[in-house]
Ligand binder design. Structure first.
Ligand code: SF4
Ligand code: SF4
Length: 510
């Protein structure tokens, strides 16, 4: 028997008992799903054509990715991604948040994951959280506004706009294949299983934050006529977790900015009560006004899965985890770190519930039953402890790496000045000396406790040891840096040997 989420989540909805034998009450299938799937496949075909063009010509349109707009605001690079993102936001203000549902490759992956999970009998329950829903807005602020505010605060001028519409370095801002596949698997797959359909859009996507704000201003909306009978088919079919029946009842239209205008609700409504439009149909008295004229006031109750203290705890865990994982050992990019941070927050809340609740289930996995932790629950506790310990360890690794970088950036000596000994001859100010010691300490600490060698840390130790006139230690770390990335450090190592009058070793090395 199909599950009716509308009934489960909104006690006030007069839902008929669903039956597969009764076409009026059985869960209906959207006719728009296939059309949207075709459009999303077409989007991927265009992406493949774009990459193919670049590979054949060695030069092509810069990546049509919203993230590229960061470089426009910060560095003045006028690129295809920024123009595309701007147009997408403007069109959202008119037609609503349609781009996510019809053009985003992560939504395509999430929908595919949701479909595959349903095929094996799992319908992921969507997480309803107040605080974690703030994460995309915080990340959007950090990505797009923070660099500009920082520049204004420092009194620096914008560098001015330069043309970056075409590029010869297409992959510059993308991670490698392994990290890309990992990012897509976690953002498009694991997030859906744990947080529900569109979990990434709701709790992680910084571009979604812009679309969500624009959608609130939009005039294009899913609207209702007075033919609605509150059967709940629309809500049960909405993969964006919108309470469609309640919204059209209370407002005469869908106002939830999570609505991606996929049109599934329009397609499944047995009474043809829904439509997409820029304004209410004339001559059609909508359900909202019907209710307002009646004695019964509109009701809308929002329910959440976590208590306020759990929400705050989750937000804290997400912040710590994103800080710990972003760029850890030069691997996770921002989006992957955010997805992992939100997942970690969700799991942390569930972890403490294991010890407090009588029964606990995460999707189809029963962790605790009648006050007894199940076998799989014990394994979950073990793996979660290991994951949280890894996050805490990574936090310290990252904290000391960032501190080391901050202190090193305050010293102006260049590589050439260090090689020629000029920096040492001129001497450092007491303030420089304090920064050198602090950088040396922080880089040394992160190098000792880190699990994987990191080029930036090794080079930081090379610089700080040269500034401290410890050339043996500097050479040791330079050779270790060479093992991390031979092409980046090769020239530095040669220059170092030559500056020490060790030409023979340099030639041998060459
Ligand atoms: S809009 Fe259609 S599907 Fe949704 S509750 Fe009303 S009648 Fe049912
Ligand atoms: S409310 Fe309707 S159009 Fe909006 S996401 Fe849900 S099913 Fe799609």
């Amino acid at each position: 028997m199909p599950e009716n989420r509308a009934n489960e989540n909104h006690g006030e909805l007069p839902v008929l008992q669903p039956s597969e034998n009764d076409p009026k009450t059985a869960l209906r299938k959207s006719g728009r799903g296939r059309i949207r799937a075709c459009v999303l496949i077409l989007v991927h075909v265009v992406i493949v054509l774009h990459i193919t063009h670049y590979l054949l010509r060695g030069r092509s349109l810069s990546p049509v990715e919203p993230s590229e707009a960061m470089y426009t605001l910060e560095l003045g690079y006028l690129n295809a991604g920024a123009i595309f993102f701007g147009l997408a936001i403007i069109s959202t203000i008119i037609f609503g948040r349609f781009f996510c549902g019809w053009g985003c490759h992560i939504v395509a992956l999430q929908d595919l994951s949701g479909y595959l999970l349903r095929r094996i009998g799992i319908r992921p329950k969507p997480l309803r959280s107040r605080m974690l829903a703030l994460v995309p807005f915080a990340v959007a602020f950090y990505m797009f506004l923070w660099p500009t505010l920082l520049r204004l605060w420092r009194g620096e001028r914008h560098p001015g706009f330069t043309n970056h519409l075409l590029t010869e370095n297409f992959w510059q801002t993308f991670p490698g294949p392994f990290v890309s596949v990992l990012t897509l698997t976690i953002c498009g797959g694991l997030v859906v299983y744990l947080l529900g359909n569109k979990g990434f859009c709701t709790y992680a996507c910084p571009y979604g934050a812009f679309f969500s704000i624009s959608d609130r201003l939009a005039i294009g909306r899913i609207r209702v006529t007075d033919a609605c009978r509150q059967c709940g088919q629309c809500t049960a079919n909405c993969t964006s977790n919108v309470f469609v029946h309640a919204e059209v009842r209370d407002f005469g239209m869908v106002v939830d900015p999570g609505c991606m205008k996929c049109m599934d609700c329009v397609s499944v409504c047995p009474n043809d009560a829904l439509y997409f439009g820029l304004r209410q149909r004339t001559g059609s008295e909508n359900l909202s006004s019907t209710l307002q004229n009646s004695s019964e006031p509109p009701r809308r109750r929002k329910s959440y899965d976590f208590s306020i203290s759990e929400e705050l705890f989750g937000l804290l865990v997400a912040s710590v985890s994103v800080y710990a994982l972003r760029g850890l050992y030069d691997v996770p990019p921002l989006l992957l770190a955010i997805a992992l941070g939100v997942i970690t927050a969700y799991l942390a809340v569930q972890f403490f519930r294991i010890f407090r609740k009588r029964d606990l289930r995460i999707q189809n996995i029963q962790l605790k039953r009648k006050s007894r932790i199940t076998k799989i629950g014990r394994w979950a506790v073990f793996f979660l402890c290991a994951w949280f310990a890894f996050n805490v360890h990574s936090f310290f690794v990252q904290y000391h790496r960032n501190r080391g970088r901050e202190h090193l950036n305050r010293i102006t000596a260049t590589w050439d000045e260090l090689l020629e000994g000029q920096a040492l001859r001129e001497g450092f100010t007491p303030e420089d000396r304090a920064n050198i010691n602090a950088a040396l300490k922080s880089f040394g600490y992160t190098d000792r406790i880190g699990i994987i060698d990191v080029l930036e840390v090794k080079l930081g130790l090379v610089f700080t040891n040269m500034m401290s006139n410890d050339l043996d230690a500097a050479e040791k770390y330079l050779r270790q840096a060479y093992s991390c990335d031979s092409s980046a450090v090769r020239e530095m190592l040669l220059e170092f040997l030559v500056s020490q009058d060790r030409q023979e070793e340099a030639e041998e090395f060459l």
